[in-house]
Design a protein around this ligand. Structure first.
Ligand SMILES: NC(=O)N[C@@H](CC(=O)O)C(=O)O
Ligand SMILES: [Zn+2]
Ligand SMILES: [Zn+2]
Length: 429
């Protein structure tokens, strides 16, 4: 029998308690628990949270193992306090068959650092035309529940409707990358506004996102199925979501840490590190996203961790790859923007970064919180740290870190996957 005793942690930011873990499950939460035979972790001054769950991670394996692998991405996730991630399907080959999904799932298990759940693509090869093996992926050992062509929008409304009808049968969900490519084509790389004009960069107007979110919530209503909006970036999308939820439409949405903190003016130096899809938006949009996360209109935070090799990122702005790292810094960014500002509590952060994402993805044994009987997936955060991000310190294979040089007041100290430490003293075990 293995016993782990975590002492003195503030449970989701509330009262301090000890947590006793026996054989990977939470056995007791209380005071002065029996230390005999237990490995003791002193968590005085730390906040204990349920292990974080990321709805949106790019692990790049198979195909781009020079940018990230399932192992290194899992390690980056653990360092960020995560115990489960959903691995996006835009790999090479694309995760569009049961076999491909099972391979990703098996590699995740072999790495054994976080639970890796493959996302299945909606369409074969992300081509937007023929549906992937959705049913077979759902019934496979990988038990796929989330489907997405992320990186691309499912632009064809008929295809989107069919996909929604299909996943309804088994309680699956379509996660949409909302981008109308007639309004914002593949070259569009800067929020359309005064700045894009001045910099001479192709504009990506917010309305190109809003119209797809509006279309998709109507398709969700029509089909009675469930849609999830990936990386919401505009005040317009927030308005549509608020209306859709008031109508009882089955829609959920995520926001990334970078869209909660960073603004479009960072593009003024043409640094490709800040090139991401959807693009960084002006302060008005950022404020709308913060308010929507605080009031529940946006359900979850997801990283959209998008590692890229140096030779894909170090180009003229227009030619560089879209995407930025996110797993290792997510908690500190969200803590700064939402908790340290007083807009949310640590318990709220646990909800938007663990409980709700686990529910959206239909995961078992994740996001259950620090309750007796639950698997001991948890993370310990120092809420009064003073850390400056250095991209060289990253365990991700890539270095496209938009927070390099920024300081934060929280840091992950330890992560436990079913009672086994994956991170201790802020370092990989
Ligand atoms: N977010 C990005 O800028 N890039 C993502 C794709 C995506 O999330 O759309 C990637 O795969 O690199
Ligand atoms: Zn996307
Ligand atoms: Zn993505």
């Amino acid at each position: 029998m293995s016993r782990l005793l975590i002492t003195g942690a503030s449970i989701e930011g509330g009262a301090a308690a000890d947590v006793l873990v026996v054989d990977g499950a939470i056995a007791e939460v209380g005071h002065d628990l029996d230390r005999s035979g237990a490995e003791v972790v002193d968590a005085d001054g730390l906040v204990a949270l349920p292990g974080l769950v990321d709805l949106h991670t790019h692990l790049r394996e198979p195909g781009r193992e020079d940018a990230e692998t399932i192992l290194t991405g899992s390690q980056a996730a653990a360092v960020g306090g995560y115990t489960a991630v959903l691995a996006m399907a835009n790999t090479n080959p694309v995760t569009d068959t049961a076999e491909a999904a099972e391979r990703v799932h098996a590699l995740g298990q072999a790495a054994g650092v976080v639970d890796v759940h493959p996302v299945g693509s909606v369409t074969k090869g992300l081509a937007g035309e023929e549906l992937s093996e959705i049913g077979l992926m759902a019934r496979s050992k990988a038990r796929v529940r989330v489907f997405s062509d992320d990186g691309r929008c499912v632009g064809n409304a008929r295809v989107m409707r069919r996909a929604l009808e299909y996943v309804k049968a088994f309680g699956g969900v379509i996660s949409q990358h909302s981008q109308d490519t007639d309004l914002a084509g593949s070259a569009s790389c800067c929020h359309e506004g005064e700045l894009s004009g001045r910099l001479g960069l192709p504009g990506w107007p917010g309305v190109a996102e809003d119209v797809i979110v509006a279309r998709d919530v109507m398709l969700a209503r029509h089909t009675g199925s469930r849609v999830h909006v990936a990386h919401v970036s505009t005040a317009g999308s927030v308005e549509v979501l608020r209306w859709a939820k008031s109508q009882g439409i089955d829609v959920t949405a995520e926001v990334t840490p970078h869209h909660l903190l960073l603004t479009t003016d960072l593009l003024a130096g043409y640094d490709p590190t800040f090139k991401v899809n959807p693009p960084l938006r002006p302060a008005e949009d950022v404020e709308a996203l913060r308010a929507a996360l605080a009031d529940g209109t946006i359900d979850a935070v997801a990283t959209d961790h998008a590692p890229h090799a140096r030779h894909d990122k170090e180009h003229a702005f227009v030619d560089a790859a879209f995407g930025m790292l996110g797993l290792e810094t997510a908690v500190q960014v969200v803590a700064q923007v939402m908790v340290e500002s007083g807009r949310m509590t640590w318990a709220d952060l646990a909800r938007v970064m663990s409980t709700t994402p686990a529910r959206i993805a239909g995961l078992e044994g994740q996001g259950q919180g620090l309750v007796v009987g639950a698997p001991a997936n948890l993370t310990l955060v120092d809420p009064s740290a003073d850390v400056t991000v250095d991209r060289a310190d990253s365990v991700s294979l890539s270095r496209n870190n938009p927070y390099h040089g920024r300081s934060f007041g929280a840091s992950v100290r330890a992560t436990f996957l079913r009672g086994r430490a994956t991170v201790l003293d802020g370092t990989l075990v």
